[in-house]
Design a protein around this ligand. Structure first.
Ligand SMILES: NC(=O)c1ccc[n+]([C@@H]2O[C@H](COP(=O)([O-])OP(=O)(O)OC[C@H]3O[C@@H](n4cnc5c(N)ncnc54)[C@H](OP(=O)(O)O)[C@@H]3O)[C@@H](O)[C@H]2O)c1
Length: 276
């Protein structure tokens, strides 16, 4: 990534911390990262952790930056954008990590014609194992797209979606997805306890199995379906369990759950975008 670019974070919370850590671990110079927040004690902590310049005034931060990462909660994004409206440098790239707020609403709040990349990261970004879906509006140049990818790649993997609507699908899959796997771990732990294991043993077996299976799916040349077939011996224990899942229409259960998340994501975007 170009170390000449200055990146400013508005909001110094968990996600800003994760991305700044990723950038610095990937060789990006802390001198070219600025951060602003209304919480002065959090700013002092970030300054201590990363030795970077901090601001309590978002407008002052904006005057120094080529890229601004909006890392505040969705509910305060409108007021932050209104505040920045007349203060952005020409060609500033705006990257929003706020869940559910549409690019055209951010653009309207900023006064129009802003280069905006809207992203949907997920919680494992906090461990550099995230995956981020990204959408760029028509004002974003190819160079700015490369820059956005290199920033989000610092906390895992990132990929583009071609329409903003697809970010609702990304939200339903990877945005909310960590919770689905937590539910699976929780359910397997409880089922293990019901079969006689103590809680600690059942939880360790569940978590390590999820981790091992994910790593196999990630590194193998086989598809998840083939991997499943490979570990399912005819008439064996795994087949008994898989048939039980299929009898309960497991695929349909997952499809319904993700459709509910997709619909809620669309609704939230409308609710959040309604403010002016
Ligand atoms: N955490 C995740 O896993 C995750 C995943 C995907 C997307 N996201 C998105 O990432 C964004 C940030 O999430 P987070 O978990 O990092 O939130 P967070 O920890 O609450 O950080 C947000 C920070 O912004 C500050 N802030 C509030 N109003 C401000 C203003 N007007 N100007 C400057 N700073 C202000 C907050 O201060 P106060 O606390 O004092 O209000 C807080 O320190 C959210 O929009 C969320 O939807 C998060």
């Amino acid at each position: 990534m170009q170390n000449l670019t200055t990146i400013g974070f508005i909001g110094a919370g968990n996600m800003a911390y994760a991305i700044i850590s990723g950038l610095i671990n990937n060789g990006f110079c802390a001198d070219n990262i600025k951060i602003s927040d209304k919480n002065e004690s959090l700013l002092s902590l970030r300054k201590q952790e990363f030795n970077l310049e901090v601001f309590t005034d978002n407008i002052e931060l904006a005057a120094h930056c080529d890229v601004i990462i909006l890392a505040v909660k969705p509910q305060v994004l409108s007021s932050v954008c209104h505040q920045l409206k007349d203060s952005l440098k020409a060609n500033t790239l705006i990257i929003s990590i706020a869940a559910g707020v549409r690019a055209h609403d951010i653009d309207r709040w900023l006064g129009g014609n802003a280069a905006i990349v809207r992203t949907m990261p997920n919680t494992p970004a906090l461990l550099n194992q995230g995956v981020t879906g990204m959408f760029a509006n028509e004002c974003v140049s190819d160079t700015q797209k490369e820059l956005a990818i290199s920033i989000l790649d610092s906390v895992g993997q990132s990929l583009w979606v071609s329409t903003e609507k697809m970010l609702d699908a990304v939200t339903a899959l990877s945005g909310s997805g960590p919770a689905y796997f937590f539910l699976m771990i929780e359910s397997m732990t409880n089922a293990g306890i019901a079969l006689g294991l103590d809680e600690q043993t059942a939880q360790t077996l569940s978590i390590q199995t999820a981790l091992g299976a994910s790593m196999m799916a990630d590194t193998s040349n086989h598809s998840p379906k083939e991997l499943r077939a490979n570990v399912t011996s005819p008439n064996g224990t795994t087949q008994a369990a898989i048939e039980s899942f299929q009898d309960q229409n497991f695929e349909m259960v997952v499809a319904h759950a993700m459709r509910a998340a997709f619909d809620r994501s669309s609704e939230l975007a409308s609710e959040l975008g309604d403010s002016d």
